[in-house]
Design a protein around this ligand. Structure first.
Ligand code: ADP
Length: 322
């Protein structure tokens, strides 16, 4: 392999830039040329790529988002289109691809290498931390800290006004963000898709607080869940029990911002390791970090295995509740 390409795909996450920088510099320092593909698979299928020099990744280690842009691309779900994409890379003399993205992007990466033989290595780039094969995904730590900064402010108002606030964090299918945010912000309760939520128990506990003269201030962290509007539905139900909850949807604020030190180090380690694996002849794997060790996991496992939520975190929040 004389040249490789790198791209970011799916939802952006803080730390994608240090990952791009690490891939680029690690490859260039081994004499391998690097091409950056713009806008994920959308750019790949039209050959929107350009060669990256070392100076192209200067001053990006601290920046959120992705200099390569990101996109979603329905057309890439068609095997004919994936075949054309591999041809485009071959025409440019590119012998390997590094895809930084979430589980959808890594599924596309698996199919691309399986069908075309093009060596592909994935990196876990998503704030959701729902990817099997790595303790943390690139961007998760930053998103956690961004959510905490917001919730600490909301708690000031919750306490001053003795009100309950429902705060919705990202996580359609997984409560990884919600469970960690919940413990770290001292939430009174955490609602995640993986665990049945008992609204009655919450109402009972709130009524008890009031009966004991403690006021009913508190933060309930809610993972957005598969159906939009969950947090408002919960708020409505609480209102029928006499509460007047505030609602705050954190939304896209969680996806942006300067990557934390943890995310920069993780992205830098994984980016360089992805180049090493690609050059050593590996394909169809994702490079992650488990127990502080770089690991390679088959992309098929990433697609088929769900990263389990640590239920103890959800219980811990309740144990630590006043
Ligand atoms: P993320 O990578 O953040 O999970 P998506 O699930 O939206 O984000 O996936 C990003 C892109 O990856 C999709 O727009 C598509 O181009 C590609 N992709 C997702 N799923 C598949 C699939 N089953 N087959 C081929 N490509 C896919």
């Amino acid at each position: 392999i004389n040249a490789i390409a790198v791209m970011t795909s799916g939802g952006d996450s803080p730390g994608m830039n240090p990952a791009i920088r690490s891939v680029t510099r690690a490859a260039l320092n081994q004499g391998i040329r690097v091409f950056g593909i713009n806008r994920g698979y959308s750019g790949l299928i039209i050959g929107d790529l350009s060669e990256l020099k070392s100076s192209d990744v200067t001053n990006i280690v601290q920046r959120g988002g992705t200099i390569l842009k990101s996109d979603r691309c329905e057309a890439f779900k068609d095997p004919v289109v994936r075949n054309q994409a591999a041809e485009i890379l071959k025409e440019h003399g590119i012998g390997g691809l590094i895809v930084i993205g979430g589980d959808g992007s890594l599924t596309g990466a698996h199919l691309l290498t399986q069908e075309t033989g093009l060596p592909v290595v994935g990196l876990p780039g998503t704030i959701d931390n729902d990817i099997y094969g790595t303790d943390d995904s690139i961007g998760f730590d930053t998103a956690l800290n961004t959510a905490l900064e917001a919730i600490d402010k909301i708690r000031d108002t919750a306490v001053s006004h003795e009100r309950i606030f429902l705060v919705e964090v990202m996580g359609r299918n997984s409560g990884h963000i919600a469970s960690q945010v919940g413990v770290a912000c001292g939430a009174e309760m955490i609602v995640v898709p993986e665990i049945d939520f008992k609204l009655d128990a919450l109402c009972f506990s709130l009524a008890n607080q009031r009966a004991e003269g403690r006021g009913s201030s508190g933060i309930i962290v809610v993972a957005e869940g598969p159906k939009p509007g969950l947090t408002y539905r919960l708020a409505n139900q609480l209102e029928t029990h006499g509460e007047k909850p505030g609602v705050c949807i954190l939304g896209h604020i969680q996806r942006g911002g300067r990557p934390t030190g943890h995310d920069r180090v993780l992205a830098s380690c994984l980016g360089a390791a992805a180049v090493t694996y690609l050059m050593a002849g590996f394909t169809d794997i994702m490079v992650g970090m488990i127990n502080s060790k770089i690991t390679a996991t088959p992309l098929l496992d990433i697609m088929e295995k769900k990263k389990p939520l640590n239920p103890q975190l959800v219980e811990l929040a309740q144990l630590l509740h006043k």
